[in-house]
Ligand binder design. Structure first.
Ligand code: AHR
Length: 500
């Protein structure tokens, strides 16, 4: 059976915020050390930043880059990470049982962002695990105050005369999780988040603040946590965070392929909770969503890795190697975010390099693209504009976790110049999916390109030995005739169809 939908310029979801294509650099494993930063590497610049990695980061098209954690931030002492490198202390990183050298710190992070280009924006987290209001304010003063105070002058003394201008701040990380250093109840966190937010706005009323939501929809405290935290912080914050990671459980690939069903319901449930609190408070303000950690992560495989660590520096941790199957699920997660672009105004792919990442490196060696690199770079390149409301009529399949799920998952984005890009995933493991799209009033006449990521071997991956085994390929036969688009989506495929 054919899957169908209609695109009409009159029916839109909302504009895509460029921050939807954010990512995340945590002091975890080799994300920073031998990832983005490796003095002595043949491609390293004077500041130790790997140019081969920077080139791939630019090609990936990331915008906001969240830093420095993650779980790491709940033990983070920002002042350890600034000033002369030789004076920076080595510290225990409790989150990842590693030793943090602080060789890379705040100033290096800002330098990294500048080198990515003007599209890159800082998104800084403050430590509300082992620290509180005072330290958040000190960090804000050091980072953003122009001059003439102890901490802003210290920044200048450290070589950064110009303020960093960090606008977007996360009030802690995953404070609902019992694994978090300084884990809190919703009431405790709501209070400290409100106090911190109020004080940070005293320095600068224009900061944008993200309160911690739930670490996943499966958390026992989910939704009650958001409601309690927002009752305390509603007028003081702009966004609430969501985190979600997906992997196949007990070999259940069919449910894994439908992971976006969970992601979309998670988003819709958080929107409902935010709006419920807004209604209770009789507020006209709308809280938006910061999906600031999302990805495929074989978490159950890596949990044991951390517990046996004996405080190494930059160990190989969470270095998942992604298959074509993973990339198709990943693409579907991107589609879920775009389909909710009206409320998801920030999203961060966790993470950027080596740690559950689209970019991999070898110390002293090359950098390469994982399979997941491609859906992200294509979505970031062609997914800018207005999301069109896509309601699919699709054949379905059975999943153990989510019941009947659509075989087709899709969205479409209309760019300012009127061109339209359809992003579509075929979840069938066995069959090609015929697709028909009625283009109504869009006045499109031409298929510019249909590209697909799919492979006869869904387990195919890019590796150090074979870094270019998987890449998107062009698809023939996609046609646009009399306002009707027809295509065949290969089994288990991520598709980008560009129309003008
Ligand atoms: O991204 C890896 C970890 O996942 C982060 O440190 C934490 O916030 C989440 O649990």
């Amino acid at each position: 059976r054919t899957a169908r939908f209609t695109l009409d310029p009159a029916f839109t979801v909302g504009a895509v915020n460029p921050r939807l294509f954010g990512s995340f650099v945590e002091h975890l494993g080799r994300c920073v050390y031998t990832g983005v930063f490796e003095p002595g590497h043949p491609t390293a610049d004077a500041e130790g930043l790997r140019q081969d990695v920077l080139e791939l980061v630019r090609e990936l098209g990331v915008t906001a880059v969240r830093y420095p954690g993650g779980n790491f931030v709940s033990g983070y002492k920002w002042e350890d990470s600034v000033g002369p490198v030789e004076d920076r202390p080595r510290r225990l990183d409790l989150a990842w049982r590693s030793t943090e050298t602080n060789r890379f710190g705040l100033s290096e992070y800002i330098a990294f962002l500048k080198k990515i280009g003007p599209q890159a924006e800082p998104m800084m987290a403050v430590n509300l695990g082992t620290r509180g209001v005072a330290e958040a304010l000190e960090l804000q003063e050091y980072a953003n105050h122009p001059a003439g105070t102890a901490l802003s002058d210290l920044r200048a003394e450290h070589g950064d005369k110009d303020p960093f201008g960090i606008r977007l701040w996360c009030l802690g990380n995953e404070m609902d999780g019992p694994w978090q250093t300084g884990h809190k109840t919703a009431e405790e966190y709501g209070r400290v988040a409100a106090e911190t937010a109020r004080a940070m706005r005293q320095i600068d009323p224009d900061v944008e603040l993200v309160a911690c939501g739930s670490s996943s929809q499966a958390m026992e405290t989910f939704a009650a946590w958001e409601a309690t935290v927002l009752e305390e912080t509603y007028d003081l914050v702009d966004h609430i965070s969501l985190h979600a990671y997906y992997e196949p459980h007990d070999g259940d690939v069919d449910s894994f392929l439908a992971s976006a069903v969970d992601m979309e319901s998670f988003i819709e449930n958080v929107v409902a909770t935010c709006d419920h609190v807004g209604a209770r408070l009789k507020s006209k303000k709308r809280i938006n969503l910061s999906f600031d950690e999302w990805n495929v992560w074989y978490m159950t495989r890596t949990q044991a890795e951390v517990s046996v660590l004996d405080w190494p520096e930059a160990p190989r941790l969470l270095e998942d190697n992604y298959s074509v199957l993973d990339a198709v699920v990943f693409g579907s997660l991107l589609i879920a975010l775009l389909r909710h672009a009206d409320r998801v105004t920030v999203a961060c792919l966790a993470q950027l390099v080596n740690v559950i990442a689209p970019i991999m490196t070898e110390p002293g060696g090359p950098a390469w693209r994982q399979t997941t690199f491609f859906p992200f770079s294509q979505a970031s390149k062609y997914g800018r504009g207005e999301v069109l409301d896509v309601r699919v009529d699709s054949p379905t399949y059975d999943t153990a976790k989510y019941g009947e799920a659509d075989l087709l998952h899709a969205t479409a984005v209309r760019a300012e110049d009127g061109t339209v890009t359809v992003f579509a995933v075929n979840r069938s493991r066995t069959d090609a999916l015929p697709l028909e799209v009625a283009l109504g009033g869009l006045r499109l006449t031409e298929v510019v390109e249909h590209s697909a990521l799919a492979d006869a071997d869904p387990d195919a991956r890019n590796t150090l030995a074979e870094p270019e085994r998987v890449a998107p390929h062009p698809v023939d036969g996609t046609a646009l005739d009399g306002g009707r688009l027809t295509a065949a989506l290969e089994p288990l495929s991520w598709n980008v169809i560009r129309l003008r």
